[in-house]
Design a protein around this ligand. Structure first.
Ligand code: SF4
Length: 507
């Protein structure tokens, strides 16, 4: 059997990046990607623990694979990521046909673990230390970072990439598993980040999204009295020739400094966009969530962005139905949406997670149907705001980085079962410098180009327009072009709040 690996990824952008790195290391061992689990020698699930639904999906998938794995004992089935770190040997109890359990801080070891599982026929486990199991130094050291192994073929597009600048989180919001599954907050050195950014640009990347759980708390201590914060890093990254756009997610409201807002405003390569989750509009709920800020502090931060960078768009996250959320406190979330001019909000129903403070301390006392209704009501309020903000762009010309086939075209591709030719007239999609999604008539060849699009219409989620001009018509070679078309057809890099199936790093 040729060495083939199948990987399925759920969760946030951190997981998308982790999967790219795992595949990068397995390619070095001679593996290639399989399209389905059944044709692979190694089957991997990179998992998420933020919501119960994501975990349930993985356990169901494991159930479906049980018979196949029993018939093929030579194959290796692995669970990677946050669920592995959180559930540990519970996974093996529930699914004894699993061969490998590996936390997000140990992914570097995946190739070695696969070989050990094959050789011994016994399950392999690689986990980082729990927050209370050792000194902070030792716990930090157990979350290994191996970012430089990059595999362009795993990315949604070859001209866009994620770059991790920070791992872990020290905020300990009561509903969140991240501080235990991804460990203590650690910032990477600017030199490593710059070298990886240069490597990505050499691979044809034009846009980089910097990732951190609370990315704006990035601070690297050089050990000689010098410190680098996120705005310093953005200035240095802006100096890289060939890199056109820089974005960062996700921000923590209290760490939104003026120098960072000014850097986004003043540096031409910065995407004018801040994603700053509020999570609730009610002080009592925020206190129970241990978010450590009040709504007046959030409003003050929002106003500072308006004052210093009036052009920038802002988006948010909300959890509805958190323990103790009354109708009155929920109404305050609607109020903050109505006054904050968020471009969009990602809205989630609260689901208690084992291993969090809220799970141990609070009762999940908001009924499911109430959570559903609040979710819908908040979405309606947000959609009205989004539509109002989007209408402002009608009649204007915007510059977009063309990402690939639009969702409609992707559905057609799936239905018809073949990819359009590079010059076929099809509907394409891209993003503006304000992180707005634009759909327009174009052709697959434009993927990776900058285009000027005249906006003619809008919905709450998407601007529609006609191409005015195309600059730098594709810098991609034929192989990258084929990859871009293929990637665009199997992955939508522009999730809209309506879809709600892709979560962001929590902040
Ligand atoms: S919600 Fe964000 S800030 Fe809070 S603990 Fe989780 S990752 Fe950290």
């Amino acid at each position: 059997m040729t060495r083939k690996v199948y990987i399925e990824t759920v969760g946030c952008q951190m997981n998308v990046l982790d999967s790219e790195l795992v595949i990068g290391s397995l390619r070095k061992e001679g593996y290639s990607l399989a399209e389905t689990a059944f044709e692979a020698e190694v089957i991997l699930f990179n998992t998420c623990s933020v919501r119960a639904h994501a975990e349930d999906k993985i356990y169901s998938a494991l159930g479906r694979l049980r018979e196949h794995m029993n018939e093929h004992p030579e194959k290796v089935l692995g669970i990677l990521g946050c669920m592995a770190q959180k559930d540990q040997d519970k996974i093996l109890k529930r699914a004894p046909h699993v061969d490998l359990v590996c936390g997000p801080g140990q992914l570097e070891r995946v190739p070695e673990l696969i070989e050990a599982a094959k050789a011994s026929g016994r399950p392999q486990m690689a986990l980082s230390l729990g927050r209370k199991e050792a000194t902070r130094h030792d716990v930090e050291a157990s979350f290994i970072s191996y970012d430089p192994i990059r595999d362009a073929s795993m990315r949604p597009t070859p001209f866009q990439a994620y770059l991790r600048i920070q791992i872990g989180c020290d905020k300990f919001c009561t509903y969140c598993v991240v501080p235990s599954t991804r460990g203590p907050e650690q910032s990477r050195s600017p030199e490593h980040i710059l070298s990886e950014a240069n490597q990505l640009v050499d691979q044809g990347c034009r846009e980089i999204t910097l990732l951190g759980q609370t990315v704006n708390s990035y601070r690297f201590d050089h050990g000689d009295g010098r410190k680098t914060c996120l705005s310093d890093l953005l200035i240095r990254l802006s100096g890289i020739n060939g890199l056109d756009r820089i974005r960062f997610v996700t921000n923590y409201p209290l760490d939104m400094t003026n120098d960072l807002i000014d850097a986004v405003r003043d540096l031409p390569k910065m995407v004018k966009y801040f994603h700053v989750p509020a999570q609730s509009g009610c002080d009592e709920v925020l206190l129970r969530m241990k978010r450590q800020y009040t709504i007046s502090q959030y409003d003050e931060m929002r106003q500072r962005i308006r004052d210093r960078a009036p052009e920038a768009s802002v988006s948010s996250d909300f959890i509805v139905g958190f323990s103790g959320e009354t109708e009155e406190s929920f109404q305050k979330s609607v109020d903050i949406v109505n006054r904050s001019a968020f471009k969009n909000s990602y809205i989630f129903k609260y689901s208690p997670r084992e291993g969090t403070r809220a799970f141990d301390k609070y009762v999940d006392d908001v009924p499911e149907e109430v959570k559903k209704r609040r979710n819908n009501d908040l979405l309606v309020a947000q959609n009205q705001q989004s539509l109002f903000l989007h209408r402002h762009w009608i009649g204007k010309e915007v510059e977009v980085l063309v990402e690939g086939l639009s969702l409609t075209t992707q559905r057609e591709v799936k239905r018809l079962g073949f990819l359009p030719h590079a010059d076929s007239p099809v509907q394409m999609t891209g993003r503006t410098m304000h992180d707005l999604i634009v759909v327009f008539d174009g052709m697959p060849r434009l993927a990776g180009s900058m285009a000027k699009v005249h906006i003619t219409d809008t919905t709450a989620f998407t601007l529609f327009g006609q191409i005015a001009t195309v600059e730098n018509q594709t810098t991609l070679n034929e192989k990258q072009m084929a990859q871009a078309r293929h990637a665009a057809a199997r992955f939508n890099p522009s999730p809209t709040p309506k879809e709600g199936n892709i979560s962001l790093p929590m902040a």
